[in-house]
Design a protein around this ligand. Structure first.
Ligand code: HEM
Length: 207
């Protein structure tokens, strides 16, 4: 929602599609979702740009090699999904919110086999509830965008940014421990005008 509010042209395109597909005399229904092509692109772009789980923590079960780098068995590996989503080697203009990049049929899908786009993880440890998560996201977002007109009070003052890796003074920080035991603090934050939203994820069992 924040990205779309920040890009009124994109917001209009998504809302026009909803008006075309659903019409304006009834609410969105589950059966409409498959027909919302551009809406899905906006959702993918958001999950790529702002992955809800920005770091994956895994441990190797056996010796492995990744891109020529030897990783011994029982090594904790942090996959920085947030950084992958911002990487200019994989994304053209990575800092621009542009859903149309997902229009191309060869663009990454949710299956986790395109490693530049893995908001639900990949392989054996990927999210077992991906379909449920996507369904909830799709339906909630489609209702919000279809039923209401949205605009920011002060467009010029809009600022959207995410912050990571910064120690902060919240009472519930996300603490991730690096392999050598040092805590890493993470707080993705978003600012729209004067309003600041903090997304704090509580984790357990990662120490
Ligand atoms: C947009 C919504 C969601 C996103 C983006 C998401 C993403 C993820 C990711 C990235 C992982 C870890 C992958 C890894 O470690 O490599 C994960 C794991 C998991 N997710 Fe989700 N998830 C979502 C919704 C949900 C929902 C709604 C549920 C439950 C109802 C759920 C249950 C789980 C569980 C149980 C795991 C752990 C699986 C395991 O370790 O074997 N997720 N999810």
């Amino acid at each position: 929602m924040a990205e779309l509010l920040h890009s009124p042209e994109e917001l209009k395109r998504v809302q026009d599609e909803l008006a075309d597909v659903v019409g304006l005399d009834r609410r969105v229904e589950e059966s409409d979702l498959d027909k919302l092509t551009y809406f899905h692109c906006a959702l993918k772009e958001t999950l790529s740009f702002h992955p809800p789980i920005p770091l994956f923590l895994h441990e190797t079960a056996e010796d492995a090699a990744v891109s020529g780098q030897f990783i011994p068995s029982m090594t904790r590996v942090i996959v920085n999904v947030y950084a992958i989503g911002q990487d200019p080697n994989y994304w053209k203009d990575p800092n621009t919110f542009r859903p149309s990049r997902f229009l191309d049929e060869s663009s990454p899908n949710f299956k986790g086999s395109d490693f530049e786009f893995i908001p639900f993880g990949s392989g054996r440890w990927s999210c077992p509830a991906m379909q449920l998560g996507l369904y909830a996201l799709n339906l909630a977002l489609a209702h919000l965008l279809h039923s209401f007109t949205w605009e920011l009070p002060q467009r010029d003052a809009t600022k959207i940014r995410t912050k990571a890796g910064e120690k902060f003074k919240s009472n519930v920080p996300l603490k991730v421990y690096s392999p050598c035991g040092n805590p890493v603090y993470l707080r993705p934050a978003l600012e729209i005008g004067k309003t600041k939203f903090n997304f704090t994820i509580q984790t357990t069992g990662m120490q």
